[in-house]
Write a protein that binds this ligand. Structure first.
Ligand SMILES: [Zn+2]
Length: 98
């Protein structure tokens, strides 16, 4: 069995025998989630955590083209950092023999 797998804590794919979770952040979708009762995201920076949370909640939001995500350090007394996230579709190519 390979050690390359999804971490059950942060949800990232990595070599789990060498894996350390990135820092944990509080995260909300502005105007949808409760500021007083935030969800969590993981990332090496506030920006990375905002993207992590946007990706994780993209389907729940019915594929928006933009959203506003707020993140703050999971430590007591930290303040929200706000990010406008824009979503772009990437073309997918398929070769079919004929
Ligand atoms: Zn992890």
């Amino acid at each position: 069995m390979s050690d390359f797998n999804k971490c059950p804590i942060c949800g990232k794919y990595d070599w789990l025998n060498k894996h350390t979770c990135p820092p944990k952040w509080d995260a909300i979708i502005y105007n949808r989630d409760d500021e007083e009762n935030p969800e969590h995201a993981f990332g090496i920076s506030a920006e990375a955590a905002a993207l992590d949370y946007a990706e994780a909640n993209f389907v729940r939001m019915e594929y928006p083209s933009e959203m506003e995500i707020w993140v703050r350090s999971h430590e007591e007394g930290s303040t929200w950092q706000k990010f406008e996230i824009t979503v772009e579709s990437v073309p997918q190519f398929t070769a079919t023999p004929r």
